[in-house]
Design a protein around this ligand. Structure first.
Ligand code: 2RA
Length: 339
Protein backbone atom coordinates (compact mmCIF):
# COMPACT_ATOMS: atom_id res chain seq x y z
CA UNK A 1 0.00 0.00 0.00
CA UNK A 2 1.10 3.54 -0.67
CA UNK A 3 -0.73 5.40 2.08
CA UNK A 4 1.98 7.57 3.58
CA UNK A 5 3.37 10.08 1.12
CA UNK A 6 6.25 12.51 1.35
CA UNK A 7 6.86 15.39 -1.04
CA UNK A 8 10.46 16.57 -1.18
CA UNK A 9 10.88 20.08 -2.60
CA UNK A 10 7.39 21.24 -1.66
CA UNK A 11 8.24 24.95 -1.81
CA UNK A 12 9.60 24.90 -5.40
CA UNK A 13 7.74 25.74 -8.62
CA UNK A 14 7.05 22.05 -9.38
CA UNK A 15 6.40 21.03 -5.75
CA UNK A 16 3.54 23.51 -5.53
CA UNK A 17 1.90 21.98 -8.61
CA UNK A 18 2.39 18.45 -7.23
CA UNK A 19 0.33 19.56 -4.20
CA UNK A 20 -2.42 20.90 -6.51
CA UNK A 21 -2.38 17.70 -8.54
CA UNK A 22 -2.69 15.47 -5.46
CA UNK A 23 -5.91 17.31 -4.64
CA UNK A 24 -7.29 17.78 -8.16
CA UNK A 25 -6.70 14.18 -9.20
CA UNK A 26 -7.95 12.92 -5.82
CA UNK A 27 -4.88 10.75 -5.34
CA UNK A 28 -5.76 8.33 -2.53
CA UNK A 29 -3.38 8.60 0.44
CA UNK A 30 -3.68 8.82 4.22
CA UNK A 31 -0.81 11.04 5.32
CA UNK A 32 1.32 13.61 3.55
CA UNK A 33 4.62 14.93 4.85
CA UNK A 34 6.36 17.89 3.25
CA UNK A 35 10.14 17.94 3.27
CA UNK A 36 12.82 20.39 2.16
CA UNK A 37 16.36 21.36 2.94
CA UNK A 38 17.32 23.77 5.72
CA UNK A 39 16.48 26.92 3.73
CA UNK A 40 12.75 26.07 3.44
CA UNK A 41 12.25 23.82 6.50
CA UNK A 42 9.93 25.52 8.99
CA UNK A 43 8.05 27.53 6.35
CA UNK A 44 4.40 26.77 5.61
CA UNK A 45 2.42 26.01 2.47
CA UNK A 46 -1.30 25.80 1.84
CA UNK A 47 -2.74 22.40 0.95
CA UNK A 48 -6.48 22.60 0.37
CA UNK A 49 -7.88 24.03 3.60
CA UNK A 50 -4.79 23.11 5.59
CA UNK A 51 -1.63 25.02 6.34
CA UNK A 52 1.22 22.52 6.41
CA UNK A 53 4.69 23.09 7.80
CA UNK A 54 7.64 21.90 5.75
CA UNK A 55 9.89 19.59 7.77
CA UNK A 56 13.65 19.15 7.50
CA UNK A 57 14.91 16.68 4.89
CA UNK A 58 16.95 14.20 6.97
CA UNK A 59 17.23 10.38 7.00
CA UNK A 60 14.68 9.70 9.75
CA UNK A 61 12.11 11.97 8.10
CA UNK A 62 11.35 8.93 5.88
CA UNK A 63 10.43 6.61 8.76
CA UNK A 64 6.95 5.26 8.00
CA UNK A 65 6.85 6.79 4.50
CA UNK A 66 5.70 4.48 1.64
CA UNK A 67 6.00 6.73 -1.39
CA UNK A 68 8.09 9.82 -2.08
CA UNK A 69 7.58 12.34 -4.88
CA UNK A 70 10.64 14.52 -5.23
CA UNK A 71 11.49 17.64 -7.19
CA UNK A 72 14.96 18.72 -6.13
CA UNK A 73 18.33 19.53 -7.69
CA UNK A 74 20.38 16.49 -8.74
CA UNK A 75 22.80 16.68 -5.80
CA UNK A 76 19.94 16.66 -3.27
CA UNK A 77 18.36 13.63 -4.91
CA UNK A 78 21.72 11.82 -4.98
CA UNK A 79 21.86 12.10 -1.19
CA UNK A 80 18.32 11.61 0.09
CA UNK A 81 17.00 8.83 -2.24
CA UNK A 82 18.91 6.08 -0.42
CA UNK A 83 17.63 7.34 2.97
CA UNK A 84 14.07 6.77 1.71
CA UNK A 85 14.71 3.46 -0.07
CA UNK A 86 16.54 1.97 2.94
CA UNK A 87 13.43 2.71 5.01
CA UNK A 88 11.18 0.86 2.52
CA UNK A 89 9.80 3.76 0.47
CA UNK A 90 9.59 4.02 -3.32
CA UNK A 91 10.93 7.31 -4.71
CA UNK A 92 9.48 8.97 -7.82
CA UNK A 93 12.23 11.41 -8.69
CA UNK A 94 12.08 14.36 -11.06
CA UNK A 95 15.75 15.30 -10.91
CA UNK A 96 18.22 14.31 -13.60
CA UNK A 97 20.40 12.30 -11.23
CA UNK A 98 18.88 8.80 -11.62
CA UNK A 99 17.40 8.94 -15.12
CA UNK A 100 20.10 7.04 -16.99
CA UNK A 101 20.90 4.56 -14.18
CA UNK A 102 20.20 1.09 -15.70
CA UNK A 103 18.53 -0.03 -12.45
CA UNK A 104 16.07 2.90 -12.56
CA UNK A 105 13.02 2.86 -14.87
CA UNK A 106 12.45 6.16 -16.67
CA UNK A 107 8.71 6.45 -17.09
CA UNK A 108 6.20 8.42 -19.15
CA UNK A 109 2.92 6.59 -18.43
CA UNK A 110 1.49 7.15 -21.94
CA UNK A 111 4.60 5.50 -23.45
CA UNK A 112 6.13 2.85 -21.16
CA UNK A 113 3.84 2.34 -18.18
CA UNK A 114 4.77 -1.37 -18.03
CA UNK A 115 8.38 -0.56 -17.09
CA UNK A 116 7.19 0.81 -13.74
CA UNK A 117 7.11 -2.69 -12.23
CA UNK A 118 10.88 -3.12 -12.83
CA UNK A 119 11.86 -0.64 -10.15
CA UNK A 120 14.26 -1.31 -7.29
CA UNK A 121 13.04 1.56 -5.14
CA UNK A 122 13.64 4.52 -7.46
CA UNK A 123 11.65 5.55 -10.54
CA UNK A 124 12.73 8.56 -12.59
CA UNK A 125 10.60 11.08 -14.47
CA UNK A 126 12.25 12.50 -17.63
CA UNK A 127 13.35 16.02 -18.42
CA UNK A 128 10.45 18.23 -19.52
CA UNK A 129 11.63 18.69 -23.11
CA UNK A 130 11.85 14.89 -23.57
CA UNK A 131 8.51 14.12 -21.93
CA UNK A 132 6.29 16.15 -24.23
CA UNK A 133 8.18 14.93 -27.31
CA UNK A 134 7.87 11.23 -26.48
CA UNK A 135 4.14 11.56 -25.69
CA UNK A 136 3.66 12.93 -29.22
CA UNK A 137 6.05 10.38 -30.77
CA UNK A 138 4.45 7.32 -29.12
CA UNK A 139 1.38 6.79 -31.35
CA UNK A 140 3.49 7.28 -34.49
CA UNK A 141 6.24 4.95 -33.21
CA UNK A 142 3.67 2.24 -32.49
CA UNK A 143 1.97 2.57 -35.89
CA UNK A 144 4.86 2.92 -38.34
CA UNK A 145 8.18 2.98 -36.43
CA UNK A 146 10.53 5.94 -36.07
CA UNK A 147 14.07 6.17 -37.43
CA UNK A 148 15.02 9.76 -36.70
CA UNK A 149 13.79 12.93 -35.01
CA UNK A 150 15.00 16.48 -35.63
CA UNK A 151 13.74 18.75 -32.85
CA UNK A 152 14.19 22.43 -32.00
CA UNK A 153 12.85 23.53 -28.63
CA UNK A 154 11.56 26.93 -27.48
CA UNK A 155 11.79 26.52 -23.69
CA UNK A 156 10.07 28.76 -21.17
CA UNK A 157 11.97 30.52 -18.39
CA UNK A 158 10.12 28.52 -15.70
CA UNK A 159 12.22 25.50 -16.77
CA UNK A 160 14.96 27.13 -14.72
CA UNK A 161 12.80 27.23 -11.54
CA UNK A 162 11.14 30.17 -9.80
CA UNK A 163 14.13 32.41 -10.55
CA UNK A 164 13.61 32.11 -14.33
CA UNK A 165 10.28 33.98 -14.74
CA UNK A 166 11.44 36.50 -12.09
CA UNK A 167 14.49 37.26 -14.24
CA UNK A 168 12.33 37.56 -17.38
CA UNK A 169 10.10 40.12 -15.61
CA UNK A 170 13.02 42.06 -14.17
CA UNK A 171 15.00 42.23 -17.40
CA UNK A 172 11.90 43.06 -19.48
CA UNK A 173 11.14 46.02 -17.22
CA UNK A 174 14.77 47.13 -17.52
CA UNK A 175 14.66 46.80 -21.32
CA UNK A 176 11.52 48.96 -21.39
CA UNK A 177 13.21 51.53 -19.17
CA UNK A 178 10.90 51.09 -16.17
CA UNK A 179 13.49 49.47 -13.88
CA UNK A 180 17.24 49.55 -13.27
CA UNK A 181 19.23 47.24 -15.56
CA UNK A 182 21.12 44.43 -13.80
CA UNK A 183 23.26 41.59 -15.13
CA UNK A 184 21.60 38.22 -15.82
CA UNK A 185 21.87 35.75 -12.92
CA UNK A 186 19.85 32.70 -13.99
CA UNK A 187 20.49 32.71 -17.75
CA UNK A 188 23.77 33.15 -19.65
CA UNK A 189 22.48 36.34 -21.35
CA UNK A 190 19.69 38.87 -21.04
CA UNK A 191 16.50 36.89 -21.81
CA UNK A 192 14.21 39.92 -22.36
CA UNK A 193 13.25 40.30 -26.05
CA UNK A 194 15.89 37.70 -26.83
CA UNK A 195 16.51 33.97 -27.54
CA UNK A 196 19.39 32.02 -26.00
CA UNK A 197 20.51 28.91 -27.95
CA UNK A 198 22.05 27.28 -24.89
CA UNK A 199 20.35 25.32 -22.09
CA UNK A 200 22.84 23.55 -19.86
CA UNK A 201 26.53 23.25 -20.55
CA UNK A 202 28.56 21.65 -23.37
CA UNK A 203 28.18 17.89 -23.08
CA UNK A 204 29.02 16.05 -26.31
CA UNK A 205 30.44 17.21 -29.66
CA UNK A 206 28.97 20.70 -29.40
CA UNK A 207 25.60 19.55 -28.00
CA UNK A 208 24.48 20.80 -24.58
CA UNK A 209 23.49 18.70 -21.58
CA UNK A 210 19.81 19.60 -22.21
CA UNK A 211 20.13 18.42 -25.83
CA UNK A 212 21.85 15.15 -24.91
CA UNK A 213 19.07 14.43 -22.40
CA UNK A 214 16.65 14.43 -25.34
CA UNK A 215 18.85 11.88 -27.16
CA UNK A 216 19.54 9.47 -24.29
CA UNK A 217 16.18 9.69 -22.49
CA UNK A 218 14.15 9.17 -25.68
CA UNK A 219 16.02 5.94 -26.45
CA UNK A 220 15.65 4.66 -22.89
CA UNK A 221 11.91 5.39 -22.71
CA UNK A 222 11.18 3.60 -26.01
CA UNK A 223 13.74 0.88 -25.22
CA UNK A 224 15.11 1.47 -28.72
CA UNK A 225 18.71 2.61 -29.16
CA UNK A 226 18.27 2.84 -32.94
CA UNK A 227 16.22 6.08 -32.72
CA UNK A 228 18.39 8.96 -33.96
CA UNK A 229 17.70 12.36 -32.37
CA UNK A 230 19.17 15.72 -33.47
CA UNK A 231 18.13 18.38 -30.91
CA UNK A 232 18.66 22.14 -30.61
CA UNK A 233 17.43 23.58 -27.30
CA UNK A 234 16.67 27.29 -27.05
CA UNK A 235 15.53 29.43 -24.09
CA UNK A 236 12.79 31.90 -25.05
CA UNK A 237 11.18 34.83 -23.19
CA UNK A 238 8.04 32.87 -22.22
CA UNK A 239 6.88 32.32 -18.63
CA UNK A 240 5.37 28.81 -18.83
CA UNK A 241 5.10 26.29 -21.69
CA UNK A 242 7.80 24.64 -23.74
CA UNK A 243 7.25 24.53 -27.52
CA UNK A 244 8.95 22.15 -29.94
CA UNK A 245 9.24 22.02 -33.71
CA UNK A 246 9.52 18.30 -34.47
CA UNK A 247 10.36 16.48 -37.71
CA UNK A 248 9.97 12.70 -37.52
CA UNK A 249 11.34 10.30 -40.12
CA UNK A 250 9.23 7.15 -39.93
CA UNK A 251 10.09 3.57 -40.93
CA UNK A 252 6.98 3.24 -43.11
CA UNK A 253 5.23 6.10 -44.92
CA UNK A 254 2.49 8.01 -43.09
CA UNK A 255 0.23 10.73 -44.48
CA UNK A 256 -0.48 13.93 -42.54
CA UNK A 257 -4.12 12.83 -42.17
CA UNK A 258 -3.06 9.47 -40.71
CA UNK A 259 -0.65 11.21 -38.32
CA UNK A 260 -3.43 13.61 -37.25
CA UNK A 261 -5.78 10.67 -36.55
CA UNK A 262 -3.13 8.77 -34.58
CA UNK A 263 -2.28 11.84 -32.50
CA UNK A 264 -5.94 12.74 -31.88
CA UNK A 265 -6.61 9.23 -30.53
CA UNK A 266 -3.48 9.12 -28.35
CA UNK A 267 -3.77 9.38 -24.55
CA UNK A 268 -2.49 12.68 -23.16
CA UNK A 269 -2.49 14.42 -26.57
CA UNK A 270 -4.83 17.19 -27.74
CA UNK A 271 -4.69 18.14 -31.42
CA UNK A 272 -5.26 21.83 -32.23
CA UNK A 273 -4.67 22.04 -35.97
CA UNK A 274 -6.59 24.42 -38.20
CA UNK A 275 -4.14 26.76 -39.89
CA UNK A 276 -6.78 28.55 -41.96
CA UNK A 277 -8.55 29.58 -38.76
CA UNK A 278 -5.27 30.42 -36.97
CA UNK A 279 -5.70 27.46 -34.60
CA UNK A 280 -2.50 25.85 -33.28
CA UNK A 281 -1.05 25.35 -29.81
CA UNK A 282 0.66 28.30 -28.13
CA UNK A 283 2.30 28.39 -24.70
CA UNK A 284 -0.11 30.89 -23.15
CA UNK A 285 -3.08 28.68 -24.06
CA UNK A 286 -1.41 25.52 -22.69
CA UNK A 287 -0.37 27.05 -19.33
CA UNK A 288 -2.27 25.22 -16.57
CA UNK A 289 -3.21 22.18 -18.70
CA UNK A 290 -1.92 18.63 -18.33
CA UNK A 291 -2.03 17.46 -21.97
CA UNK A 292 0.58 17.70 -24.70
CA UNK A 293 -0.84 19.90 -27.49
CA UNK A 294 0.02 19.24 -31.15
CA UNK A 295 -0.70 21.25 -34.32
CA UNK A 296 0.72 22.28 -37.71
CA UNK A 297 0.79 18.58 -38.67
CA UNK A 298 2.13 18.24 -42.21
CA UNK A 299 4.19 16.06 -44.57
CA UNK A 300 7.86 16.92 -44.86
CA UNK A 301 8.32 18.39 -48.34
CA UNK A 302 11.95 17.26 -48.45
CA UNK A 303 11.81 13.56 -47.58
CA UNK A 304 9.66 10.53 -48.34
CA UNK A 305 8.83 9.43 -44.79
CA UNK A 306 8.88 12.75 -42.92
CA UNK A 307 6.09 14.15 -40.71
CA UNK A 308 6.51 17.63 -39.21
CA UNK A 309 4.49 19.14 -36.37
CA UNK A 310 4.48 21.71 -33.57
CA UNK A 311 4.13 20.56 -29.95
CA UNK A 312 3.47 22.63 -26.81
CA UNK A 313 3.10 21.57 -23.19
CA UNK A 314 3.07 23.15 -19.73
CA UNK A 315 6.61 22.28 -18.65
CA UNK A 316 5.74 22.44 -14.94
CA UNK A 317 2.77 20.08 -15.36
CA UNK A 318 3.21 17.23 -17.91
CA UNK A 319 6.89 18.17 -18.08
CA UNK A 320 7.32 17.61 -14.34
CA UNK A 321 4.58 17.52 -11.65
CA UNK A 322 1.81 15.77 -13.60
CA UNK A 323 4.11 13.06 -14.94
CA UNK A 324 5.43 12.33 -11.44
CA UNK A 325 1.92 12.17 -9.96
CA UNK A 326 0.83 9.88 -12.83
CA UNK A 327 3.74 7.55 -11.98
CA UNK A 328 2.61 7.54 -8.34
CA UNK A 329 -0.92 6.67 -9.51
CA UNK A 330 0.48 3.80 -11.62
CA UNK A 331 2.25 2.39 -8.57
CA UNK A 332 -0.95 2.66 -6.52
CA UNK A 333 -2.98 0.98 -9.29
CA UNK A 334 -0.46 -1.84 -9.67
CA UNK A 335 -0.66 -2.58 -5.93
CA UNK A 336 -4.45 -2.63 -6.23
CA UNK A 337 -4.21 -5.00 -9.22
CA UNK A 338 -1.99 -7.51 -7.41
CA UNK A 339 -3.71 -7.30 -4.00
C1 2RA B 1 14.81 23.66 -18.53
N1 2RA B 1 14.48 21.36 -19.09
O1 2RA B 1 13.84 24.01 -19.21
C2 2RA B 1 14.97 22.25 -18.12
C3 2RA B 1 14.36 22.03 -16.78
N2 2RA B 1 14.47 20.67 -16.38
O2 2RA B 1 15.67 24.42 -18.14
Amino acid sequence: MYENLALVGASGAVGRIVLDQLLQRQVPFRNLKLLASKRSAGTTVTFGNETKTIELLEPDAFNGVDLVIASTPDEVSAEFASWAVERGAVVVDESGYWRMDPKVPLIVPEVNADAVSNHQGIIASPNCSTTQMVVAMAPIYRAVGIRRVVVSTYQATSGAGLAGPAELQRTSKAALGTAEASPPQTFQHDIAFNLIPQIGSEKHQGYTSEEMKMVYETRKIFGDDSIQVCPTCVRVPVMIGHSESILIETEKPLSAEEARELLAAAPGVTVVDDLNNQQYPMPRDCDGHDDVFVGRIRKDLSSENGIAFWCVSDNLRKGAATNAVQIAELLMKNVGATA
